[in-house]
Each structure stands twice: as C-alpha cells, then as structure tokens.
Write a protein that binds this ligand. Structure first.
Ligand SMILES: C[S@@+](CC[C@H](N)C(=O)[O-])C[C@H]1O[C@@H](n2cnc3c(N)ncnc32)[C@H](O)[C@@H]1O
Length: 297
C-alpha cells in the first residue's frame, strides 16, 4: 500500500464504545465521510449484521474503497457512493439508519498528496477541492477575490486576527503574476507575517480558511444536521467529529436546539476528546472533538 493511502481513524475507541449499546440487527449505518474507510472497517467488524452506506465527495476515496473493500461490497455489506453528505437524503431514499458518522475535514492522503493542493509542506497547484468536479479552487479565491473578501475569509474561517498585510500583499503580487502553487502562497505569507510560534507554520490558518471556503464546509454541516437526526431510528446515534472550533460550535448549537425541541437527545454533554496516548500517536487527534446525538422519534 502506498504511504499516502494511510489514514488513522480518530477517536475510534470511544466511537465503538458508544456504538456498543446499539442492537446488532440488520440495520443500515451511514458513514458520510468514508475517507480511507477506517471507521467503516471497524463498524463492519463490530456489528456483523449491519450494512454500511459510505459516502465521499472525493473520487479517489471511492476508488480506494472499492478496491480495499471489494469483498464487503460484493457481499452487499457496503454500498459506496461518490456524493456529498449534504445530499445524503437523496442517497438514502427514505431508508432509516441505526447511526451516522461525519468525521469532518480532510484525510491524511488528501493532505499528503501535493497535487491536491491542501498543504504548504507538499508543493502543488493551489487547488484544495475535496470534490474534484467542483468549480471553485483556492487559486480562484486567491487570484480573483477582493482584498476585503480575502480579509473576511482569513479572519472568519481561519480566525487570523490581522490578515490585512497578507491580503494586501496577495493583491499587489497577483497584479504582476497569478498565484499558481501552494508554495507561492506559503512563501508570501511567511514573508508578510513571519514565524511567531516555533513549529507552527504562519500559513496554517490561512490554508485552513481557504480549504473551508473552497469546500463550503461550514454551510454544509449546518444544513445537514437536523435532517440527519430525523433519519435515525429511535435509539439510533449520530456521531460528529470536528477539528475546528467553528465547526464544533455549529454542531453544539444544532444538537442543543434539536434536544431542546424534543427531536433528539444529547448523549454526551461534554465533548469526547482523544486521550493523551492517542494524541501522542496520532497528531490529527489533538484537536478532534466528538459529539453524539440519539434519535428519540
Ligand atoms: C477525515 S476524513 C474521514 C476519514 C475516515 N473516517 C477514515 O477513518 O478513513 C474526511 C473525508 O470526508 C470527505 N468529505 C469531507 N466533506 C465532505 C462532504 N461534504 N461530503 C462528502 N465527503 C466529504 C473528505 O473527502 C475526506 O475523504
């Protein structure tokens, strides 16, 4: 297996512990962010009578899944579809689910492949689309959005306190030559902002902001949670794992509103986070937060 195919699923132990009370009967589970299938593999192994529908908007995730899970697909235990989880209702076509998972953000292979354009450590085109058929790329944002819009994206989605120097420099530089690669942009940010914290690249939050904007990540989560909870059977559970405070806030507010309206119940009032050991062995787990909702209707 290529190194870039690897992705270590986060919070797997608490996820399985909270899945344990659900009955192992012929139910359907929806993994809305299949990725490299780490969580799906564990679900299929743990609940032998469940079927899983796995969605991912990334063509490469689905190709990988069809190869690596060929037996499960053939046996009818796994149905893999290239789709955005915001279209999950159409994919389910009225079927109820015993549970659902959204493990948000990017997978390690997406980050590690320079050609996908997510990372300043691996040079590549300024792309950042999870769904390769989408139109908007990071290059379009960087090369065509106004200075004010760039400030707003960096400030609101990247939580960069003063992005003004960077946005201004981008607009000056692109008058001469459009930005094409991740390292073009990372170098400009490094030059404008400098290193403030050892080990924390100054481009980190700018890149995260662009990725969230390119993939409309926050809007999609907000839209999908109430519908997702309605698809649960009574006692079914919806798991959402976030890696960003803005995402977590959206999930927290939406879950609370559903619980207050009597449409669902909160399973954990406090977010589930990785243990020290997991954080040490998998740096992606450091910022992971899991919230769980139970269907009551
Ligand atoms: C963090 S990874 C999931 C990893 C997976 N749980 C595993 O253990 O392998 C997130 C995946 O979700 C996909 N994704 C993100 N947002 C999506 C969306 N709105 N619709 C469908 N897939 C999405 C990404 O393409 C990526 O493959």
């Amino acid at each position: 297996m290529k190194r870039t195919a690897l992705h270590t699923p986060v919070l797997l132990t608490p996820f399985l512990e909270m899945l344990a009370p659900l009955p192992d009967e012929p139910f359907l589970f929806l993994d809305g962010t299949f990725g490299r299938g780490g969580h799906t593999r564990a679900i299929l192994d743990f609940k032998k009578n469940w079927r899983v529908m796995g969605l991912d908007c990334d063509e490469e995730a689905i190709v990988y899944g069809r190869e690596q899970f060929a037996d499960e697909v053939r046996a009818g235990r796994l149905d893999l579809r290239r789709a955005n989880f915001s279209d999950f209702a159409a994919e389910l076509a009225g079927q109820k689910i015993i549970g659902g998972l959204l493990d948000l953000g990017v997978s390690s292979p997406q980050l590690d492949e320079g050609r996908r354009g997510f990372s300043f450590y691996h040079n590549g085109p300024l792309d950042m689309r999870m769904d390769q058929s989408a139109e908007l790329t990071a290059a379009t944002i960087v090369n065509t959005w106004t200075e004010q819009d760039l400030n707003d994206v960096f400030h609101e989605l990247g939580e960069v306190r003063s992005p003004f120097r960077v946005s201004k420099r981008i607009c000056e530089v692109r008058r001469e030559k459009a930005f094409e690669t991740t390292s073009d942009l990372a170098k400009l940010i490094e030059g404008a902002d400098g290193w403030r914290q050892k080990g924390y690249h100054p481009a980190t939050n700018y890149f995260m902001a662009l990725r969230i904007a390119v993939n409309s990540e926050l809007k999609r989560i907000e839209k999908v949670l109430p519908d997702f909870s309605r698809a649960l059977v009574k006692g079914g559970r919806l798991f959402v794992i976030t890696f960003h405070s803005l995402e977590d806030r959206i999930v927290k507010v939406a879950f609370r509103a559903l619980a207050d309206a009597g449409a669902a119940a909160l399973i954990n009032k406090k977010v589930v986070q990785a243990t020290w050991e997991e954080k040490k062995s998998n740096p992606r787990a450091r910022s992971a937060k899991m919230r769980v909702l139970e269907g009551v209707l």
